[in-house]
Design a protein around this ligand. Structure first.
Ligand SMILES: O=C(O)[C@H](CS(=O)(=O)O)OP(=O)(O)O
Length: 235
């Protein structure tokens, strides 16, 4: 049977063997939710970039640049990290270069030896789960966390994915047992449960409640976001 495991922070990724695995990077607030939204709204590609300076330079190559640190728009960037900015096809056809506090770093740290890198969000949970179920590879769910620490929203997404895939995968991973149970206990009240999350409170303090609500909506999009070379594309 295929195997599945969870890594709760990019700081812990060195403890996991990535080779030949399909990695699902998740940063619910907000990077991977924003990426899924952008791709579903017609963005041509997203190039995740680890640092601000490299990303800024990419504007000279025709990229629209999106840059955020600590939840705020970075200097000189057209876009921050809000999924709402991409709605209604506003950036359809554009190539985006994006750097965020946690999410783009987690993508970078998922590359070594892995088979495929997908981006996960509640917004496309069902489609991503079906895609993974149809592949032969083992799965590693890589939670972006917050500045190296565990966070509730990414871990709960991991639990949701484990719950959806339970018939086809097995795990020797206490994190998967814990998060599957936590998700199943709270599936009917996901929004109120995750509104307690420290990250949700930080974003509420920045008056971006609308982003939080948007990121917690289930199955709005039927795309899979996958890294091909250096670019995230929609499939
Ligand atoms: O923009 C976000 O929501 C966060 C900023 S922070 O973690 O609250 O500083 O970045 P992300 O990379 O999406 O976690």
């Amino acid at each position: 049977m295929k195997k599945l495991e969870i890594c709760f922070s990019p700081e812990l990724i060195h403890l996991h063997d990535l080779s030949q695995k399909n990695i699902v990077v998740v940063d619910i607030f907000r990077a991977t939710s924003t990426m899924v939204t952008a791709l579903a709204n017609g963005v041509k590609s997203i190039t995740p970039v680890a640092d601000l300076e490299t990303c800024r330079e990419m504007s000279k190559e025709g990229f629209v640049i999106a840059g955020e640190r600590n939840g705020f728009l970075a200097d000189g960037f057209e876009l921050g990290n809000s999924p709402l900015a991409y709605l209604h096809g506003k950036y359809a056809g554009k190539k985006i270069a994006m750097t965020t506090t946690n999410g783009t770093l987690a993508i970078e740290k998922s590359k070594l030896g892995s088979n495929e890198i997908l981006i996960g969000a509640f917004l496309n949970l069902d489609t991503t789960a079906k895609y993974l179920a149809a592949q032969d590879q083992d799965i590693l769910i890589h939670c972006a966390g917050w500045k190296g620490k565990f966070n509730l929203e990414d871990s709960l997404y991991a639990g949701a994915l484990v719950s959806f895939l339970a018939d086809q995968f097995e795990w020797e991973c206490d994190g998967a047992i814990a998060m599957k149970n936590l998700y199943e206990q709270n599936a009917g009240q996901l929004k109120s449960f995750l509104n307690q999350a420290a990250h949700a409170k930080r974003l509420q303090n920045q008056n971006i409640e609308a982003d939080i609500d948007f990121c917690l909506a289930m199955n709005q999009y039927e795309i899979v976001g996958k890294l091909v070379g250096q670019e995230l594309l929609a499939f």
